[in-house]
Write a protein that binds this ligand. Structure first.
Ligand SMILES: Nc1ncnc2c1ncn2[C@@H]1O[C@H](COP(=O)(O)OP(=O)(O)OP(=O)(O)O)[C@@H](O)[C@H]1O
Ligand SMILES: [Mg+2]
Length: 319
């Protein structure tokens, strides 16, 4: 099967066609779905229903999207490991928010999952398979990253830049097809920057650039989307829009792992929380169990209070 036959679109229309195709499959096989080949697409409808109805429900899928076992990583010449004994399960079809102080290893963890860095200890499984067993191309179709900082230097238009997200689905040296352009346009529209499509990326403001990196990742349509502080440069309305896009992906059964310094943004859409400090995991689990005053105080070393806000935690820091 060629790459063009295996590729899939992400936005709503494609998700619906996948859902109807998968609904013909037996519920039993979709529910157990241990096969990496079936992946999250086949199991999406069941998860989408539960995810849409209860964002806070702990998502216990048969195969975790990411399974980290005792992972260690040190940068060259570093005084201490950036990651140490990191063990965590990222549930398929959930939204997991990683919170932790500056320098606690969040970006390092995401880069490791993308294959930019290699674990020096432990193991990393992606959709049940050792990460190292994927080809670069396969991994790019399964895992995508919105980086924390990306310097956009090439004189590409925003549309051309977004089309880079389609590269894992194109044959070598092939130009994007009409379908790829449609996916890119849909991605631009979903983050609200279709009007900037023909502007050079180098001319964009910080927030506009960040929206363009989100659009590129949406066009890539990975099963597991990693976002590193995706709203850090965004105004309130655009931050809300990106959170809504993430919530929409969750409803499609996609897996999202993102870092943020805003615990209330995490509270708004996350099903699970991973707390990190000094390269280690302090706690991981369902939102309501982990996003507590006690845990956050331990994580950040400042007093943090958490109150109930209509069934979701509201984090109060500046009291
Ligand atoms: N390229 C690098 N070379 C050496 N050390 C690095 C490198 N990148 C990160 N580090 C160190 O590794 C540790 C973890 O960094 P990382 O960027 O993963 O933290 P983070 O949790 O993402 O922080 P922030 O919230 O500030 O983005 C830090 O001590 C950092 O100084
Ligand atoms: Mg970081």
């Amino acid at each position: 099967m060629s790459a063009r036959q295996t590729r899939h679109r992400w936005p709503a229309a494609a998700a619906q066609s996948r859902a109807s195709a998968a609904s013909a499959a037996s519920a039993a096989s979709a529910a157990s779905a241990p096969s990496a080949a079936a992946g999250p697409s086949a199991a999406a409808p069941a998860r989408a229903a539960s995810a849409a109805s209860a964002a806070s429900a702990p998502s216990a899928a048969a195969v975790a999207a990411v399974d980290l076992r005792n992972v260690g990583f040190s940068y060259p010449h570093a005084e201490r490991p950036a990651l140490e004994g990191v063990t965590a399960l990222i549930p398929t079809g959930g939204v997991t928010a990683i919170l932790g102080p500056n320098g606690s290893g969040k970006s390092t963890l995401l880069h490791l999952l993308l294959g930019l860095l290699q674990a020096q200890q432990g193991s990393v499984l992606v959709e049940g398979r050792p990460q190292g067993s994927y080809s670069r191309r396969e991994l790019s179709q399964r895992v995508g990253l919105v980086p924390q900082n990306e310097t956009l230097v090439f004189e590409l238009s925003v549309l051309e830049y977004t089309l880079l997200g389609r590269a894992p689905y194109l044959d070598l040296l092939a130009l994007p097809h009409e379908e790829d352009r449609a996916v890119a346009w849909e991605a631009l529209e979903s983050v609200g920057i279709a009007g900037l499509a023909y502007r050079p990326v180098t001319s964009l403001s910080g927030g506009e650039k960040q929206l363009a990196t989100v659009a590129r990742a949406l066009a890539q349509a990975p099963a597991v989307l990693l976002l590193d502080e995706p709203t850090s440069h965004l105004d309130l309305a655009n931050a809300r829009r990106v959170l809504q896009v993430m919530a929409g992906l969750r409803a499609q059964g996609r897996t999202i792992l993102w870092t943020t310094h805003d615990p209330n943004a995490a509270s708004a859409i996350a099903s699970d929380i991973l707390l990190m400090r000094q390269g280690r995991v302090i706690a991981q689990g369902p939102l309501a169990e982990v996003l507590t005053g006690e845990r956050l105080t331990e994580t950040y070393g400042v007093p943090v209070r958490v109150i109930d806000n209509g069934g979701r935690p509201l984090v109060l820091v500046h009291e």
